[in-house]
Design a protein around this ligand. Structure first.
Ligand code: FES
Length: 114
């Protein structure tokens, strides 16, 4: 589980198994649906991060962007984000919205949305 994404705990929120490490290799990202929300999953060197799949600028799907190393570039207006910290690179004042994410010992990836 990522330490970079701050998440508010809520006992009523449920974990949803959404993917597996076999289907999301290191350096890859994909989008999944959880409770009607589009969630972006990113596997960065074995750590999996989950974010709202909407750019904080004008809500373009981040899955359409370009991932180079840990830098995600939105396809629409080229805003850049660090997928390991959720922080904007350009502009630095922007931030991705993160979801709690975990990888079980068997490689199953689960997220909890709020
Ligand atoms: S919608 Fe992503 S940079 Fe504008």
């Amino acid at each position: 589980m990522s330490e970079a994404v701050t998440v508010t705990e809520n006992a009523t929120e449920q974990w949803h198994e959404v993917s597996h490490l076999d289907d999301l290799w290191e350096g890859e990202m994909t989008a999944v649906e959880v409770e009607g929300k589009s969630v972006l999953l990113v596997n960065m060197d074995g750590d999996v991060f989950a974010y709202q799949n909407r750019c904080p600028h004008q809500e373009w799907p981040l899955e359409d962007g370009d991932l180079e190393g840990r830098k995600l570039t939105c396809a629409q207006h080229l805003w850049e984000f660090d997928v390991c910290t959720a922080k904007g690179i350009n502009p630095s004042t922007s931030t991705l919205v993160g979801y709690e994410c975990k990888v079980d010992d068997d490689g199953a990836i689960s997220v909890r949305v709020r």
